[in-house]
Design a protein around this ligand. Structure first.
Ligand code: HEM
Length: 410
């Protein structure tokens, strides 16, 4: 068996010719199919409704055919398809079209056993009519039967290949996700180890500063020491935030103060280089009641939104407005940037896993997908509006605890 070299792109792999040779489709078969093409044309408009009546008789296939507009499109697509089987040029565009049909059915979520099984209807419907037409010429009948069977096997194998390719892609994406999760878990561990290593020397510096500041020293030196002390405090704070963020999330529901989560998420996100030139404003309504949430997860959503906003801003600077208030009984958080905006066609896809407009290696395409599932898990909603090139506004709505004494379920 010859294996495909690892990095060889799929497009230069032999396409249709390998299938044709393997199944044994020759010019004789092509001629046999063409011979009965007028008969097929005569009966195709009887065949297509028969085909879909059959599919409507089974629960697993009926579910795909409830929309009359889809059925209408299918009658036309099926007609073209059948006729094309009998006058096809078996070239790469034939192969590509079959692959496309395979992808369509895979995308629909149709199990391939129903797809492949439906080919029996072709043979069942057309063979008796072909035999009738070629009555008295058994050699011609067997030639056409053989060619017909071969072409259905050809189509089945291409569609199966398309299904298989899609399955492999889905598996590769899942693997990518697992690898990424693994890497994140390792980073979490490293960050807490690093924090420990940095923490001790920082604590010593703090102690030395405090010790010196408690003595009677020159005011000029005291001022400098105070500056050292406050910069060290800042490092301790940042490291603490990072450790908090990186540690494995504990899925504990508790009463959460949104202001605190927003502020700590912002501190984390501000560590990103893209944040340096962004002016941030945050207005949190003082009367905002607590919400019931898994704090780490909410922080993850906000960090993600802030980082996305920073990335969307021009290098020379931008503005990020964060607000949180009660609207129609729900905690409503808005994260509004004045960055490059998201085109309408992408706005529909931003929550799809692995959808990313960032350069390769810069985004996993999982951030908003994960954010959506976190917010939904909190019985909330997330919506984005965008205007090109004026920026994007994400609105998150979350239920609040009505009374401070509201119980948090276990
Ligand atoms: C011999 C097997 C089949 C053949 C040759 C076939 C052929 C086709 C073709 C040519 C299209 C249009 C392809 C495209 O737009 O990319 C299509 C679409 C579709 N097929 Fe099939 N099909 C088969 C089996 C089935 C089965 C078993 C079902 C189950 C109900 C099904 C449901 C659909 C649906 C729902 C669409 C999408 C229609 C639309 O939204 O426009 N097909 N099929």
């Amino acid at each position: 068996m010859r294996l495909r070299p690892k990095n060889k792109p799929e497009s230069i792999m032999p396409n249709i010719s390998a299938h044709l040779r393997y199944i044994g489709i020759s010019d004789i078969d092509v001629a046999a199919l063409r011979r009965v093409r007028p008969l097929i044309e005569q009966h195709v408009d009887e065949f297509t409704p028969y085909f879909y009546r059959h599919l409507q008789a089974f629960q697993d296939t009926r579910a795909f055919l409830t929309d009359p507009a889809v059925l209408q499109r299918l009658l036309i697509a099926q007609r073209h398809y059948v006729l094309n089987m009998f006058d096809a040029k078996f070239d790469d565009s034939y192969y590509d079209l079959r692959c496309q049909i395979g992808h369509t059915h895979f995308q629909l979520g149709l199990d391939f056993k129903w797809y492949i099984g439906a080919y029996a209807l072709y043979l069942d419907f057309f063979m008796p009519r072909i035999e009738d037409m070629l009555r008295g010429d058994p050699d011609a009948i067997s030639l056409v039967r053989s060619a017909f069977q071969k072409v259905t096997v050809l189509d089945m194998s291409i569609v199966l290949e398309a299904y298989h390719k899609r399955d492999k892609q889905a598996l590769a994406e899942t693997n990518r996700q697992v690898l990424h999760q693994e890497k994140l878990a390792t980073v979490g561990l490293l960050v807490s180890g690093l924090a420990h290593e940095i923490g001790n020397p920082l604590a010593s510096i703090q102690a030395i500063c405090d010790n010196l500041l408690n003595r009677d020293i020159d005011t000029h030196i005291a001022e400098k020491l105070n500056r050292v002390r406050s910069q060290v405090d800042r490092i301790v704070n940042i490291v603490g935030q990072l450790v908090n963020y990186a540690r494995p999330a504990s899925p504990i529901w508790k009463k959460v103060n949104l202001r605190r989560v927003l502020e700590s998420a912002l501190e984390i996100a501000r560590l990103a280089r893209s944040a340096k030139t962004v002016a941030v404003s945050m207005i949190v309504n003082a009367a905002l009641p607590p919400i019931e949430a898994i704090e780490d997860q909410l922080a993850q959503v906000f960090v993600n939104l802030f980082l996305n906003a920073f990335d969307a801003m021009p290098e020379e600077g931008g503005q990020l407005e964060i607000s949180a208030a009660i609207e129609t009984g729900l905690a409503t958080i808005r994260v509004k940037d004045n960055g490059c905006g998201i085109p309408a066609e992408n706005l529909k896809k931003i929550y799809e896993p692995f959808f990313s407009t960032k350069d390769v290696g810069k985004g996993t395409g999982l951030g908003l997908h994960v954010s959506l599932s976190i917010i939904q898990n909190h019985s909330g909603s997330i919506d984005a509006t965008s205007a090109l090139p004026c920026g994007t506004c994400f609105t998150i709505k979350l239920p609040v605890l009505q009374k401070a004494s509201d119980e948090i379920p276990a």
